[in-house]
Design a protein around this ligand. Sequence first.
Ligand code: UTP
Length: 238
Amino acid sequence: MNVVVSIGGSILVPELDSEQVNGYARAIESIAEDHDVSVVVGGGKTARDYIDVARNLDANDSACDYLGIDVTRINARLLISALDDAYPEPPTSYREAEDALADDKVPVMGGMAPGQTTDAVAAVFSEYTDADLLVYATSVDGVYTSDPSEDSDAEKRSRLTPEELVQIVMQTQMDAGTNSVVDALAAKIIERSRMHTIVLDGSDPADITRAVVDGGHSGTEIVGDEAEQQATLDHAER
Ligand code: UTP
């Protein structure tokens, strides 16, 4: 399989800790034993802190986004340092990442362009390379019908169609002060590409490996209608 794994900054570097980063490197390496794997990493609290300070200094949104991108690439460099077969730099284009993959290297990307988050980078790259599976490893245990930190009636969904994902994400983003687990652009790209996607709590790196290697997880699976689900199963068995 061709797999894209997105690792949120909040789980990769809750604190700067080499053991923590090492754990994710070992998980990626065990996936890479049998699959083509590409990685996208987020910026976590450090990115948010830099962006907050820049905002207070009157930086505009694009300037803040570039700061965020730089931090995601620093985190990517940390993971690259811990991987044996990684492409040595965070790719700055999808083409460069695809070339790395073709060369049997693991590309570790951060952000790519202002106006989005690394959720969208992972979705675009999955579409670009016709990935079989996209995994979002986050600090939340799946997709909820609304933001669980704001709404006590929020329900976790174990399975969603791409259309349902878009609907939940759009509704969540319209409610001021709430956050969706996957950003709106990523959800739209998952919808148009019909990308088989899993959103899970990746605080334990072994759970990422398990989801890819044997399909077991307790997060949310995003798959299309029955025909699409069957096609996904057939593909995974190949
Ligand atoms: P993240 O992907 O970590 O954003 O990128 P996030 O939503 O804050 O992280 P999670 O999902 O909650 O862990 C950090 C920041 O970098 C900029 C954005 O400002 C984003 O908020 N960024 C990232 C971009 O502008 N473009 C990108 O392609 C990626």
